[in-house]
Design a protein around this ligand. Structure first.
Ligand code: SF4
Length: 176
């Protein structure tokens, strides 16, 4: 059976969801229930609409100006298999992948030891913006994040070095 993604929507060009010009896919469904959630309508696990990774990829392919793709939410790791499949199609086109997740990197790394879909999605990620949105840690000056507990993690460097490598706000584009 063909995999479908349940999505809340898409933004075809964004400059606020990671470095450069990005195509954003908003996953539908989230269990974190952060007070002050910026997208509460994306929490319902039965909401949104169903679309195949191939259909989304066709839209992405049409824009030669894109630097990358961002998965936001909702919680992308609730649909790890289908999001990993979309990454498998678009990353060979030279696009980098930013993922927003309410889970911490440490949680996902541990989960990926026994969950192949989670492993595939984490391994496809270039920058992971992790952790729940915490209202008491909100800071509107933060780049790409809502609260300062959230980290921007360089996943390829972290996985290859075995040490957590943060992406510096001052790092020049493109991604390392
Ligand atoms: S993780 Fe994001 S989408 Fe989910 S409840 Fe928290 S702020 Fe909302």
């Amino acid at each position: 059976m063909q995999l479908k993604l349940r999505i809340a929507g898409m933004t075809e060009e964004s400059v606020v969801d990671g470095p450069g010009i990005r195509f954003v896919v908003y996953g539908q469904g989230c269990l974190h229930a952060c007070p002050g959630c910026h997208n509460p309508e994306t929490q319902d696990l039965e909401g949104g609409s169903l679309v195949s990774p191939e259909e989304i990829a066709k839209k992405i392919e049409k824009n030669p100006l894109l630097d990358g793709v961002t998965y936001s939410g909702g919680e992308p790791f609730l649909q790890a298999e289908a999001f990993a499949q979309l990454a498998e199609i678009v990353k060979p086109w030279g696009l980098n992948l930013v993922i927003y997740t309410g889970y911490t990197f440490e949680f996902l790394l541990n989960k990926s030891r026994k969950d192949l879909s989670c492993y595939k999605l984490l391994k496809s990620t270039d920058l992971l913006i992790d952790g729940p949105y915490l209202q008491e840690k909100r800071d509107i000056k933060l780049l790409y994040r809502g609260s300062y507990n959230q980290r921007i993690i360089n996943i390829p460097r972290t996985l290859s070095s075995g040490a957590l490598c943060l992406w510096q706000d001052t790092t020049a584009l493109p991604l390392e």
